[in-house]
Write a protein that binds this ligand. Sequence first.
Ligand code: ARG
Length: 460
Amino acid sequence: MQDKHIWSGRFSEPVAELVKRYTASVGFDYKLALFDIQGSLAHAEMLANCKIIGAEDFGDIQRGLAQIKEEILKGEFEWSLDAEDVHLNIERRLTAIVGDAGKRLHTGRSRNDQVATDVRLYLRSAIDELIELVKALQSALLDLAEQHTHTIMPGFTHLQVAQPISFAHHLMAYFEMLKRDAERLRDCRKRVNRLPLGAAALAGTSYPIQREMVADLLDFDGVCENSLDAVSDRDFAIEFTACAALIMTHLSRFSEELILWMSPRFGFIDIADRFCTGSSIMPQKKNPDVPELVRGKTGRVNGHLIALLTLMKGQPLAYNKDNQEDKEPLFDTVETLTQTLRIYADMITGIKVKPDAMRNAALQGYATATDLADYLVKKGLPFRDAHEVVARAVRFAEQKGCDLAEIPLAELQQFSADIANDVYGVLSLEGSLASRNHIGGTAPSQVIMAIARARINLMQ
Ligand code: ARG
């Protein structure tokens, strides 16, 4: 026999089995259960305080919800498709446990403001955890950077050797990206942390409720100030997913570099075995599966962002069932990002750096050509002329198959009489790094200060 729906009074025939399965969300929104209970407890407390329900009913509701929470935590709660979603499952069970008090809980409330509240509570807690995970990754980056302020590698543009930099400087670029990512999450949290409850179905409610009280009980910073907006918009979820997509995008770029650096063609690093896998056919292989998957999963999170934007774009005010589709992309974004950040912090601590390979690569590709041009400018040559002189010197070195620093002075002077013996200091990798001595530059003294500032930033 079919269970009756809570709202079935108006209907002359039961909902088709196929439709029931199509419209039910309990298969995924059960993840909101504990937030749903938290929201219901605050709502009930306010109802009791405002004398909308009796103290006895409130006591029964508290007792019933406490029992349900325990059942859920123990994995004993029986979720039913017939009850459609997490909200109705819990309400039905509550009524089974405490009787009429359970039926009074929904006074002055609708599932529309209820679900919006649950999603916000869920997301707020997820954001708080994610900020900590971003910080843990940043801290792992700093630990690695600290050891490599004097480890020289080629910096690239167009993936061609450009100028020498330190490995620490390169890592600190990712620290900066993650710093902004954490800032974005904190900022997004402000807009997530508003209470929809009280909006009821869409227009508010005729009971003498006190929304601020519920907001206080649930630690919201305030209430959503328009009831139609409160139940219908999911911009906070879209905004969060955009923040998540950016974090994944940053980690995807980093992953691409780790993959390149681990290839024997670069040979700059080794990733600990526990983050790699072998091949079922090629016995020699050690593949950087984790960074590759991070790169792949970025597509998935970016997809969720587009899914949520598309979900919202055509909806008239106020609530529409479309919004039920916000959950799976949002949950999967949170879960994917959580796992990715966790594994990444761990992987960073397992990176083995190969300074010799980095240095050798920096010595190829005329990485100090700009330094030679700057040297000539400091001797009075206009920069464009200096650029031309150095270009000719590079072509010459290329033909000889040597580095700029290996060309004897007499031969260098053929390109410009301004070149003197002190040029060799400029052509060295160390000299090149040390000369970029300003905030944001790759000079070891600057990077050391950047790391110190970063440590302070992480403590905030
Ligand atoms: N499961 C629904 C959702 O996720 C809850 C709200 C349902 N409201 C309604 N009027 N049908 O959006």
